[in-house]
Design a protein around this ligand. Structure first.
Ligand code: HEM
Ligand code: HEM
Length: 426
């Protein structure tokens, strides 16, 4: 086997070039990131995945380095050069390990809790102990992550430039110091047109071009999973099937109710959906709440005594992307930690045409209560009713979307809410 005196071990060489390529890719990618647009969000997810991969590879490399001696530096190197090379190498290890850790701290303490799914597949936890902090402690750690990441990024620019300049100096201007050959075995010092040098240059350009052009799939493009069987089974304690309100005489004697002009109580059937629709950066997003309950007491003949009240578990929002759904629960959006449920209660109903009605109610969402009109179509056949209705609301009026999301250039203020349900008379 080749002597460890003239080059690094094969494992160290493979890891060096893999990590170098990944870091170059990572930096170029970072310059394109902007979490407010769907494509920028997808780039951040890729940045996180590549960054964590760099962390794992770098820890492996450090362990390998500590267990395996590197080749000695060439005899002709000046003392200051040896020191500079050593300091730069230690600094590069600090970058390789420190950058991912500060990035990881940043995303673990972010206001918007976006989970990390490496390459969209492998779940990666937040930094233990940090994600559950609140208030000032959380934002202090976020500052540590943010400032550290930025400072190390500047350190990386300087050190990588110095490191590459050093490697090139020895390769191009010295015939006796085979430094590049330590990492690229066979490279001949003093040669400008060395195939290894050209290969490194071409691959580096390719990696930069890839980082500049890659377009990871945006979350909004994924279709929703099939509508819930979950709706009825997800909440054992509070099933979607509405409890009949109090001692409703109509419920006890269904046949008699129409004549008595008392409204009927209804049980919502499986497959009923409560959806929402919006868009992000121009691409449509269809969402749905998978857990909600409805108390419905309603008859066209007794509109004045009818009452509908819906309670929506906001943490059950799905929108076709699990990372986005997780952030919807966070403080900037539904803030489920403080306001787990939204409620809609309507006690005034108006008939506007054949089978057409308008419910005048109040929506309470995120601690804000506002009037909301819900026009709907109702068809009753015997003991079965079919209801479909669409309304729209201004998300900003309820504080849904804080901070940079109060701006409506990427996500409009207007959100469509739709209900499609079938119900059985009790
Ligand atoms: C060696 C690995 C990494 C490198 C070289 C790197 C590099 C960078 C660079 C150059 C920036 C732009 C900094 C600026 O000028 O503001 C950046 C931003 C960012 N990085 Fe990394 N990063 C790495 C790992 C990670 C990891 C592992 C994560 C998360 C798990 C992460 C999350 C972020 C985030 C969220 C931003 C945007 C910060 C902002 O809001 O401005 N990074 N990264
Ligand atoms: C961009 C990210 C890069 C990082 C983070 C990096 C990191 C490192 C580290 C930490 C070492 C010391 C190895 C050890 O003792 O374990 C090293 C060695 C080396 N690197 Fe890099 N490197 C990068 C890019 C490059 C590039 C682009 C070149 C070539 C142009 C290069 C050429 C070398 C050479 C020749 C050595 C061996 C130096 C010696 O034996 O004294 N590196 N690199």
């Amino acid at each position: 086997m080749s002597s460890p005196r003239t080059r690094y071990s094969t494992v160290a060489i493979v890891l060096h070039w893999l990590i170098a390529a990944a870091i170059i890719f990572q930096v170029i990618l970072a310059w394109r990131m902007d979490g407010r647009t769907p494509s920028g969000f997808a780039l951040i997810q890729l940045h996180k995945s590549v960054g964590i991969s760099i962390l794992l590879l770098s820890l492996l490399r450090l362990a390998w380095r500590l267990a395996n001696r590197p080749p000695p530096m060439p005899a002709g190197m000046a003392t200051w050069e040896r020191w500079l090379a050593k300091v730069a190498h230690v600094g590069l290890y600090v970058i390789m390990i420190g950058m991912p850790i500060t990035g990881w701290i940043m995303v673990s303490t972010s206001r918007i809790q976006v989970p990390t799914l490496l390459y969209g597949v492998v779940p990666w936890p937040h930094v233990p102990g940090l994600a559950h902090l609140t208030g000032a402690a959380k934002s202090a750690w976020n500052d540590v992550g943010h400032l550290g990441h930025e400072a190390l990024a500047w350190g990386a620019y300087v050190l990588i430039a110095l490191h590459v300049a050093g490697a090139l100096k020895h390769q191009l201007f010295s015939r006796e110091e085979p430094v590049l050959a330590h990492m690229a075995p066979g490279a001949k010092p003093g040669r400008w047109l060395d195939p290894r040098l050209i290969a490194i240059f071409v691959v580096a350009l390719g990696v930069m071009a890839a980082a500049q052009t890659i377009r990871p799939p945006v979350p909004a493009s994924k279709p929703l999973p099939p509508p819930p069987a979950a709706i009825e089974t997800a909440e054992v304690a509070a099933p979607v099937v509405p409890a009949a309100t109090a001692a409703d005489p109509a419920a006890a004697t269904p046949a008699a109710e129409a004549a008595s002009s008392e409204p009927s109580a209804w049980t919502v059937s499986q497959g009923s959906t409560l959806g929402f629709a919006t868009s992000w950066g121009g691409s449509a997003i269809e969402g749905r709440f998978d857990r909600w309950t409805a108390d419905i007491v309603f008859s066209p003949e007794a509109l004045d005594k009818s009452k509908v009240s819906v309670s929506i578990d906001l943490a059950s929002a799905v929108s076709g992307d699990s990372q986005r759904d997780e952030s919807l629960k966070g403080a900037d959006w539904f803030d489920v930690a403080s306001h787990a449920k939204a409620t809609f209660t309507a006690t005034k109903f108006e008939k506007t045409g054949a089978d057409r009605y308008v419910a005048h109610g109040r929506l309470t969402l995120r601690g804000v209560s506002k009037p909301l009109r819900l026009p709907f179509r109702l068809q009753i056949e015997g003991d079965k009713a079919r209801v479909s209705g669409v309304t729209s609301l201004d998300r900003t009026a309820f504080g849904v979307g804080q901070g940079e999301w109060t701006s409506t250039d990427q996500i409009p203020a207007d959100v469509k809410v739709s209900v499609n349900l079938t119900a059985k008379r009790r």
